[in-house]
Design a protein around this ligand. Structure first.
Ligand code: NAD
Length: 435
């Protein structure tokens, strides 16, 4: 099937490359000329395991191509996917400008019926709004053309996005009645449904909500355990043991119960905030969602304050991990963005290491030193803080670390170390919810 995917960021590029891998012919469209230039050459613009291989295979087979001009992609496309960003506005609502721009450009230029699929995370009612906007434009042009809008939210996780896309837990499709659009979606995902992956068809409004509901629920699990971690620090108890004791109950499950400095990234903070904005707009209280956001903020602040309080004046600080989570170079809403400017403003020297995010970090945080290894960042450091749980930090030789450092503090923002082992190496361990 011929498709266009508009927006070739974390979601759009992975979707485009995976659809091509599944045998479809895909044109990826992006307004970022530099990005498109690189993609045309087979250079992956994000760090995502397995993606560059798919990109290059797609280009070689001719099933995948890229352009900056949406109009080039329209004539042959049966379906057009919008995977543009929907960042938060100041009032926490989702900024839908890019989504509407794409929808309107399609309606202004299409000369045949086409299915418009929203892959971006958008509030309930956005599909209806897109459909109405496009209908108005098409009618004004005097064309007998139909553009049904489908919601097909994306659940991929950065760091294992290719695997998540090719082996999804579920594919959610929100369609309000259009039979042909349903058939197209079934044909598109047939390579996955054939091997048993469930495709759930539901109302478009439900599909739009599933995405927010899933992310807010996972964020709530994280905030719940983080909330208890603070209590443990006061009462005694080890949050890791508590999480294990809870998680083995299969009604609860062990995932998303790791205490740490809270969630970040481009999705959880934004989607939790978007639900809060929806609560305000509709007048329907969502107190659990609000508490999730508040707890996340508090958790990060209180750990950073503890860290700042032990630093001598003009300290040298090693920051391990810059991306918002491991296996990605994505810096959006990463804890490092909150902490590093505060450290620099307070007159401390920051030396940082991250296995893949340093190139992106340098663009936003040019004022610090980057090193090519964790131990190099720790040289003569008064204290270390772990912000991202990369495997390379887990396996560090703690005695070598102690010998490299000037001070003794190891702040473990992700609870990746055994406190005993760190203390045995002569360091002072500070974790989260662990005494
Ligand atoms: N990143 C994730 O892990 C993830 C997971 C699930 C869902 N989502 C959702 O998917 C959407 C996209 O997220 P992302 O992380 O891929 O964003 P992104 O910022 O990485 O990518 C968006 C891309 O769209 C391009 N773009 C913007 N306006 C455009 C236009 N008018 N025409 C063509 N291209 C345009 C940008 O240049 C950019 O390359 C968001 O709604 C997000 O919430 C993201």
């Amino acid at each position: 099937m011929n498709l266009a995917v508009v927006g070739t960021g974390y979601v759009g590029l992975v979707s485009a490359a995976c659809f091509a891998e599944l045998g479809h012919t895909v044109v990826g469209v992006d307004i970022d000329e530099e990005k498109v230039k690189k993609l045309k050459k087979g250079i992956c613009t994000i760090y995502e395991p397995g993606l560059e291989e798919l990109l290059q295979r797609g280009l070689q087979t001719g099933r995948l191509s890229f352009t900056t001009d949406l109009l080039e992609a329209l004539p042959d496309a049966k379906m057009i996917f919008s995977a543009v960003a929907t960042p938060p506005n100041k009032d926490y609502s989702a900024d839908l400008n890019a989504v509407f721009t794409v929808a309107e450009t399609v309606a202004e230029n299409i000369d045949h019926s086409i299915v418009f699929v929203n892959k971006s995370t958008v509030p309930v009612g956005t599909g209806r709004q897109c459909e109405e906007r496009m209908k108005k434009i098409v009618e004004k042009r005097g064309l007998d053309v139909h553009i049904p809008v489908i919601s097909n939210p994306e659940f991929l996780r950065e760091g294992c996005a290719v695997q998540d896309t090719l082996q999804p837990d579920r594919i959610v499709v929100g369609i309000n009645g259009n039979v042909q659009a349903t058939e197209f979606m079934e044909e598109l995902y047939q390579p996955l449904t054939r091997v048993g992956k469930p495709l759930l068809c539901m109302e478009r409004e439900s599909a739009e909500m599933v995405k927010y509901a899933s992310n807010a629920f996972l964020a709530t699990k994280i905030s719940f355990i983080n909330m208890l971690s603070e209590l443990c620090e006061k009462t005694g108890g080890n949050i890791r043991d508590i999480a294990k004791g809870m998680g083995l109950d299969d009604r609860i499950g062990p995932r998303f119960l790791h205490a740490g400095i809270g969630y970040g990234g481009s999705c959880f903070p934004k989607d939790v905030k978007a639900l809060m904005a929806l609560s305000k707009e509709t007048g329907i209280p969502l107190p659990i969602v609000e508490a999730t956001h508040k707890t996340n903020d508090h958790q990060r602040k209180r750990f950073f304050e503890k860290f700042l309080s032990v630093l001598p004046e003009k300290a040298t600080v090693a920051v391990w991990g810059l991306s918002f989570k491991p296996k990605t170079d994505d810096m959006r809403e990463a804890p490092s963005l909150d902490l590093i400017p505060v450290l620099v403003d307070a007159g401390h020297t920051v030396r940082a290491h991250d296995p893949v995010a340093m190139e992106n970090a340098k663009k936003i945080l040019p004022q610090i030193t980057y090193t090519d290894a964790p131990l190099a960042a720790a040289e003569e450091a008064d204290a270390i803080i772990v912000l991202t749980e990369w495997d390379t930090f887990r396996g560090i030789d703690l005695s070598a670390l102690k010998a490299t450092m000037k001070g003794r503090y190891l702040f473990d923002g992700r609870n990746i170390y055994e406190p005993e082992e760190v203390r045995n190496a002569g360091l002072t361990y500070v974790g989260i919810g662990i005494n």
